[in-house]
Design a protein around this ligand. Structure first.
Ligand SMILES: C[S@@+](CC[C@H](N)C(=O)[O-])C[C@H]1O[C@@H](n2cnc3c(N)ncnc32)[C@H](O)[C@@H]1O
Length: 277
């Protein structure tokens, strides 16, 4: 029998994408700069990134690869860094521009695919730090995308990426009582889930990934231990949210790797494959 449901779903997605691209409008769009839970997660990210950001000189160049609405472009720009932000979504770039303007942040915005844009940039046009958060789990070729990012990272520069974990997806599947999906997650580190590509990594795999890419691992830290999985920080009053933040901001040895995201920080120490080709 012909499966009509997935076809209708794809058609619906295509229609939404077209309206988004043409009119910069989508009522279902979630602006990560404005979303209360995402704002809380941004606090966790910035807390974990602080020791690395404090190593940079004022005015250092940062690339926000896959910036969406500028959840990091704005605060990092406010700290005095020179920001370049890339996103393939015109609606997201329009939002990021608006938020930067609102906060008096100057940034360069580039619309396009991160890989293509970085391939086109001359290697001399390089960055002191590249941030690529909550993007790589969407990409089957995430390793080669990271390699492309390294082309435009200065030697000694930092690549900061975030990655999904097995526990995150497993919890999502179990909460839906979708045991078939749960089984898939247990047995596969990538695949297709609820119509979308997924991948997850362990702490050890991230270290190995760094080593293959010529990066020295500087840190791997949790972003959300109980939040989203057990609690929605966006639904909490600020004082309660602050208390959750205090609990979540430091790594727990007991749950290493079992978090919402893992933030991986690598320092470029050697020439990557793409530099050699
Ligand atoms: C989940 S959002 C994360 C946004 C932002 N990094 C943050 O953490 O707030 C992912 C964003 O990456 C963008 N994106 C994903 N893959 C991309 C690619 N290959 N090239 C350009 N943008 C991409 C999407 O359009 C979306 O805006």
């Amino acid at each position: 029998m012909v499966q009509i449901q997935p076809f209708l779903g794809t058609l619906q997605k295509l229609k939404r994408k077209t309206i988004r691209a043409l009119f910069h409008y989508d009522p279902s769009y979630s602006d990560m700069f404005l979303d209360k839970s995402e704002f809380y997660f941004a606090r966790l990210y910035l807390h974990q990134m602080e020791p690395y950001l404090s190593r940079l000189e004022e005015g250092a160049r940062i690339l926000d690869a896959g910036c969406q609405a500028g959840r990091f472009t704005v605060p990092l720009g406010k700290m005095g860094f020179q920001m370049t932000a890339i996103d393939s979504s015109p609606l997201s770039l329009a939002r990021a521009r608006e938020h930067c303007k609102e906060f008096g942040v100057q940034a360069e915005f580039i619309r396009g695919d991160i890989g293509n844009v970085c391939d086109r940039l001359p290697p001399t046009d390089s960055f002191d730090l590249i941030l690529c958060t909550e993007v790589l789990y969407l990409h089957r070729h995430f390793e080669s995308l990271m390699d492309t990012l390294l082309r435009v990272l200065k030697p000694g520069g930092l690549l900061i990426t975030s990655h999904r974990t097995k526990l995150y997806y497993l919890t999502k599947a179990l909460l839906r009582k979708d045991f078939q999906a749960a089984r898939l997650i247990v047995t596969h580190r990538e695949g297709s889930l609820w119509g979308t590509y997924f991948n997850w990594q362990t702490v050890e795999e991230l270290r190995e990934l760094h080593s293959r890419l010529g990066l020295q691992t500087e840190g791997i830290c949790p972003i959300g231990i109980f939040s989203e999985i057990l609690l929605a920080p966006g639904d909490m009053e600020p004082p309660l949210q602050d208390q959750l933040f205090e609990i979540e901001k430091d790594p727990f040895d007991e749950v290493t790797g079992c978090t919402r995201y893992l933030l991986a920080v690598g320092k470029k120490i050697s020439t990557s494959h793409s530099d050699l080709s």
